[in-house]
Structures are given as structure tokens and as C-alpha cells.
Design a protein around this ligand. Structure first.
Ligand code: PLP
Length: 424
């Protein structure tokens, strides 16, 4: 199946007389004839459902669709993108371990790594996605367990050189984990470039309608855990909390990572996506290809308009030929990048405030990557507590505006920006 067809049909094949749409299995538990039958499920001897905190059929249909879109072998849904990124690391790292991460990542992920996971005893070294090979090499330690980055970073819209980061990770016997939220598998399949694990905040383009918070983890099935047995004891030695199962032996390269994350992390942390939300996510996935192409076509026109506007000081959009990441974007995402644009208005913080006050189509919202055009002024919202000097130091200047171009008529979006820019 081609991608457009997978968006509609992958993951769920109704049998004769069954519902054509993915059923919402709104049930916490599942019934069995004998305790023996159920015992086999608990021992992971047989596959089946027993409690929705671990697995639910609706979620599994949708996860299988995302796995097909990414070209992976197994996937699981989580309650949010935050849970997906946390699980993707915590599944293979514990106290005393270390992770190399791109410094240009979503603020929530940066805080999860730099504050909360550090408290759990996992250390992180942050490197610029533009660092030299020597700087990247110097970030590794003997206890490094993974490398992490975002295909297109939120909100910096920088592009990661996936092959270079994958090569560095593999040279040290560890996987590359990539958050592919902004590009989506429509525009980039990181597994084709050597990435091992992909994560998503499905809250963004995948759901695409501001309807449901969610996340997903997908395994490429390509990382050989057994070849690095000593580094990943959680996968390569018996799990005493699961009847002595060795995940990498029993489920192989294709299934070990997701089975362990389900059996241990979902069991213990319970960050399950509600089946109802998975149903909404599936509706979004059905139109993902169509929507992404409109997002990118609109964003390209908006970026070209902003680039030429006299009241716009600067603009970052990897689809613009002058952009620093244009060549990388062409390599990894030749059909398009995303709908998110960062730009600065002339006149700094107060000019940005004045401009945003007059917008009518673009809505002020702490959100990106959905059907509605929305806009955020970090200096006045998410980064409000920082002074102008601190804002500049954190790479989010006082004039920075993050615009997420939706799928409305692009002339309405441009007209709106034009009239609001005339006030500064
Ligand atoms: C929003 C976002 C997240 C966090 O996802 P939630 O669903 O809000 O928990 C993680 N990574 C990226 C790139 C995001 O944009």
C-alpha cells in the first residue's frame, strides 16, 4: 500500500459483517472462560487483552496504522507526547545512565530531560544539531544509552541531520530516537535514514483537529539489542517482574522494545491513551496526507509573503531557499516540511504585542500543528517570566512569533497577517 492508502486502511481489516470503522472498545477489562486462559496472557505466553491499562484493541488498531506509516514493526499509543518521549528513554535507561540529546527540542521535552529525568538519576548532554562531528563524539560516555533529537524542532524549526546522528549513535552501540511530530511520516520516515525508534505527540498534526492529546512510540525493529547485551540488560536479561522473560530473546528485534514498554512501563505508570481518543486520532490519520500537503502549501506562501514584508525583521522556515536548513530539509523532506514558521517583527516585544492584537483569522493559542491557524508570542506567554536579555540567551527573542499555518484559504491568512502588520 502507498502512504495515502495506509492512512485510510492500514491497521484494521474488518472481517465479513464487521464494522467498517475501527470499533471503540470502551471496556476496562476482558472476559475469559478459565483462569488458565488468563494465566497464559499474564505470562505473555498467549496474546490477547485482559486490562486496558496494558492494551486495548482500539488503541492497537491505531498504533498498527502509525507503525505502517512509519515503516516500523511495532508501536504503542501513550496518553500524550510527553509520556511517549519519557517511555522511549526510560525503557532502556535507568539510574546512572546517560543520553545525548539535541539541544533544539520542544521545551516540555527539554524540561522532562533536564529537570525531571535528571532527578531520577539519568544524565543528559545537550548538543546543538549543528555541532561538529568532534563535538558530537565528545558528548558520548561509556554509560550513554541513546541519542535523541527532533526531525524538525519545535519551535526552532531547525532540521536534524538524521544520518549523521544515526551513524554516531550506532558507532557507540546505541539507538537513535527521533521525535517525528512536526514532519509526520507523510514527509519524513526517519527509519529510512538509520533512526531506530520514533516518537510522536499525536496531539499535533496526526490528530490535527485540536480534539485529543496523545502520543505514540514506533520501533523500526532494526536495532540489535543482543549485539549490545551488556548495555541493555532490561531487554537482554530475564525480567523477574515478568516471570523471567528475556524480551529480546522471546520477541526478537521486531517486538522486544514495545513489548517491554507495554509490559513494564504501561503496567507501572499507566499512561494509556483512552480508546475514545484513539478513535479521534484515527479520524485524523485518515486525512493526514491531504492535510499535510495543504499545511505545507499554505505555509510556503505565507513564508514567502512574510519574507518580503518591510515590518518583518527575520523569518525561519526550512522551506525557504535562503534558510540555514533548506538543504537538509530538501534531503530528508523533499515533498515538504511542516506548517510552522518562526519570525520576528520589527520593533521587538511591544510591536509583536500590537501586531497580534489585530489578528482575526490567526488565533492566539498555546498550540501548534492543527487545522486552525494559530499564533503564539512566547515572550508574552510561555516565556513570560524572562527578561529581554534572558529571552535572547535562550534563543527565543522578545520579538519572536511562532505561527502555525492551518488549512484555511491561504488568501484569508495572508490578508489577516497583512492588516495586522500594518499597525506596527
Ligand atoms: C507538543 C510536543 C510534545 C509533547 O506532546 P504532548 O502531546 O503535548 O504531551 C513533544 N514533542 C513535540 C515535538 C511537540 O511538539
Amino acid at each position: 500500500m502507498k502512504r495515502e492508502t495506509k492512512c485510510i486502511q492500514a491497521g484494521y481489516e474488518p472481517k465479513n459483517g464487521e464494522s467498517r470503522m475501527i470499533p471503540i472498545i470502551q471496556s476496562t477489562t476482558f472476559k475469559y472462560d478459565t483462569s488458565e486462559d488468563m494465566g497464559k496472557l499474564f505470562d505473555l505466553e498467549a496474546s490477547g487483552y485482559f486490562y486496558t491499562r496494558l492494551q486495548n484493541p482500539t488503541n492497537d488498531f491505531v498504533a498498527a496504522k502509525i507503525a505502517a506509516l512509519e515503516g516500523g514493526t511495532a508501536a504503542m499509543l501513550t496518553s500524550s507526547g510527553q509520556a511517549a518521549n519519557f517511555f522511549s528513554i526510560f525503557n532502556i535507561a535507568s539510574q546512572g545512565d546517560h543520553i545525548v540529546s539535541s539541544s533544539m527540542i520542544y521545551g516540555g521535552t527539554f524540561n522532562l530531560f533536564n529537570v525531571t529525568m535528571k532527578k531520577m538519576g539519568i544524565d543528559f548532554t545537550f548538543v546543538s544539531p549543528d555541532c561538529t562531528d568532534e563535538e558530537l563524539e565528545a558528548a558520548f560516555r561509556p554509560e550513554t544509552k541513546a541519542v535523541f533529537g527532533e526531525t524538525i524542532a519545535n519551535p526552532a524549526v531547525s532540521v536534524l541531520d538524521i544520518e549523521r546522528f544515526a551513524d554516531a549513535a550506532h558507532a557507540h552501540g546505541v539507538p537513535l530516537i527521533i521525535d517525528n511530530t512536526f514532519a509526520t511520516p507523510i514527509f519524513c520516515r526517519p527509519f529510512e535514514w538509520g533512526c531506530d525508534i520514533v516518537t510522536h505527540s499525536t496531539t499535533k498534526y496526526m490528530d490535527g483537529h485540536d480534539a485529543a492529546v496523545g502520543g505514540c512510540i514506533v520501533d523500526s525493529g532494526k536495532f540489535d539489542w543482543m549485539a549490545h547485551k551488556d548495555k541493555f540488560p532490561g531487554l537482554t536479561t530475564p525480567d523477574e517482574s515478568y516471570h523471567g522473560i528475556t524480551y529480546a530473546e522471546k520477541f526478537g528485534m521486531e517486538g522486544a522494545f514495545i513489548t517491554k514498554a507495554t509490559a513494564q512501563l504501561m503496567r507501572d505508570f499507566g499512561s494509556i491513551q483512552a480508546p475514545m481518543n484513539a478513535f479521534f486520532l484515527n479520524l485524523g490519520l485518515e486525512t493526514l496526507d491531504v492535510r499535510m500537503r495543504r499545511h505545507v502549501a499554505n505555509a510556503q506562501k505565507v513564508a514567502e509573503f512574510l519574507e518580503k514584508h518591510p515590518n518583518v525583521a527575520w523569518i525561519d522556515y526550512p522551506g525557504l531557499p535562503g534558510n540555514k536548513y533548506y538543504d537538509l530539509a530538501q534531503k530528508y523532506m523533499p515533498e515538504g516540511t511542516c506548517g510552522v514558521i518562526s519570525f520576528g517583527v520589527k520593533g521587538g516585544r511591544s510591536a509583536a504585542e500590537e501586531f497580534m492584537k489585530h489578528l482575526k483569522v490567526a488565533m492566539i493559542a498555546t498550540h501548534v500543528a492543527d487545522a486552525h491557524t494559530c499564533i503564539l508570542h512566547p515572550a508574552n506567554s510561555t516565556h513570560r517570566q524572562l527578561s529581554d536579555e534572558e529571552l535572547i540567551a535562550s534563543g527565543v527573542g522578545p520579538d519572536l512569533v511562532r505561527l502555525s499555518v492551518g488549512i484555511e484559504n491561504v488568501e484569508d491568512i495572508i490578508e489577516d497577517l497583512e492588516q495586522a502588520l500594518s499597525y506596527i
